[in-house]
Ligand binder design. Structure first.
Ligand code: SR1
Ligand code: MG
Length: 426
């Protein structure tokens, strides 16, 4: 793992950043005026990086800079700056396949591990809006378009074998970020680990039962080996609602520093997991019981719309642009073969759905028992209410991970969420 910090690297501050950006002509022109007049604020609320908003008389930019350690934990946990390189690579590629759904990259400084992007305004992080009960009517369509396009176009279904292998090589060095996922998602929540935390004492028993659950540990280990060895497509790698910026009419996917060539279901599962966690958290955000029922329905409708939209868009791309070296077109050039290919495509999507449910479950469990929680649940001040929501999510996740075949459709998943949400026990 390359943990080297380039000699020129300096973590930026609101005071130092204008001079650095002022030396880049395209940014200077975009902001207008002189650097000493630019207003800079650090707004990063994620686990790893610095994020700045910079405004000048003519416009604004967003700046993301990697730190050589995990911000959430501190300097004791070092993390390579090279993640900015992989993020930049992924952003450029995603913009090619899913135009208009990512922030435009304006400048990349490898020595500073820093990416300057279009300032998305008045967008907010989707997770914040969902905690406040805001409906985003365009989100599911945009996100399913993004996932279908980026996953399909970077898979062997669309790419020539040699190009795909080059893509695998391009991202093969992102080992530290993959390592975080391997440890924090697929391993630590199922053992006693220093990083773990949960709502205690309410969930102590449930956490212990998960650590003793061999069926679950086998199931999560199967998912882990898929994560480690399945090079299906370039995945975003951290596609939660904190990686999505929204307005009522616009959706942008940010932050692909965990990108690598891995299993597609890890991205689709992340989306579904984070919607379900928000669904279960609504009890902690409503003013009176039932006040958020309409919102709950919207969240579950979005789960369905996301998966069904993803599925149909992915299949449409495959039918229209399936010119990769997998399933070579030359083998399916008559009517009978095409019927067989169509049923193989259905089987492929069913397998991807199964992976999606497993990864969704792993992501739900890690946000409740592992190191990095999400504020949908964390912001619930009453620990009993929070624990009730978390236990429903954990139990549903266990069912998804150990018995994915009992969920034949996404509607079966949303029906089950409604049932789990109506249960009262911890
Ligand atoms: C130590 S990093 C913890 C988490 O933050 C990121 O958003 C990823 O989800 C990672 O697992
Ligand atoms: Mg992130």
């Amino acid at each position: 793992m390359n943990n080297e910090v380039p000699e020129a690297y300096v973590p930026q501050t609101p005071e130092s950043l204008p001079a650095l950006l002022g030396s880049v002509a395209v940014i200077r022109d975009l902001l207008g005026g002189t650097p000493d007049r630019w207003a800079v604020e650090e707004v990063g609320d994620g686990n790893l990086n610095l994020v700045f908003k910079v405004r000048g008389p003519a416009g604004g930019v967003a700046v993301k800079q990697a730190l050589p350690y995990v911000r959430l934990v501190g300097e004791s946990w070092s993390l390579p700056l090279t993640r900015a390189h992989f993020e930049h690579l992924a952003l450029v590629r995603q913009a090619r396949h899913a135009p208009g759904l990512t922030p435009t990259v304006l400048h990349y400084d490898a020595d500073m591990a820093l990416i300057v992007m279009e300032l998305l305004e008045p967008h907010i992080i989707m997770r914040h809006g969902m905690i406040d009960g805001v409906v985003y009517p365009m989100f599911a369509e945009a996100l399913s378009t993004f996932a279908a396009a980026t996953l399909f176009h970077t898979s062997d279904l669309a790419m020539a074998a040699a190009d795909k292998k080059e893509l695998v090589a391009d991202f093969a060095g992102n080992t530290a970020l993959c390592g975080i996922t391997e440890d924090l998602i697929f391993t630590e929540p199922y053992m006693v680990a220093e990083n773990n935390r949960w709502t205690s004492p309410q969930l102590d028993g449930l956490a212990a039962s998960i650590r003793a659950d061999s069926d679950l540990k086998v199931a999560v280990s199967r998912l882990k080996v898929t994560f480690m060895s399945s090079a299906q497509a370039m995945i975003h790698g951290d596609l939660h609602t904190g990686s999505i910026m929204v307005t009522q009419t616009d959706t942008r996917i940010i932050d692909p520093e965990f990108a690598f060539v891995g299993p597609m279901g890890f991205d689709t599962g992340a989306v579904i997991a984070n919607l379900l966690l928000n669904y279960f958290s609504q009890i902690g955000h409503e003013s009176t019981p039932g006040a958020r029922d309409a919102y709950r329905n919207w969240v579950l409708d979005s789960v369905e719309e996301f998966w069904n939209g993803f599925r149909s868009r992915f299949l449409a791309l495959w039918r229209r642009e399936g010119r990769g070296d997998a399933y070579p077109a030359v083998l399916f050039d008559d009517a009978v073969a095409r019927v067989h290919l169509a049923s193989e495509q259905e089987r492929y999507m069913a397998e991807l759905f199964r992976d999606t449910l497993g990864f969704a479950a792993a992501k739900m469990i890690r946000r409740i028992l592992g190191l990095a929680h999400n504020i949908d649940l964390e912001n619930i001040a009453d620990a009993d209410v929070r624990a009730a929501a978390e236990s429903r999510a954990l139990k549903m996740a266990r069912a998804l991970m150990t018995a994915p075949d009992s969920f034949p459709s996404i509607e079966a998943v949303t029906d089950a969420a409604r049932r789990w949400n109506a249960t009262t026990v911890i």
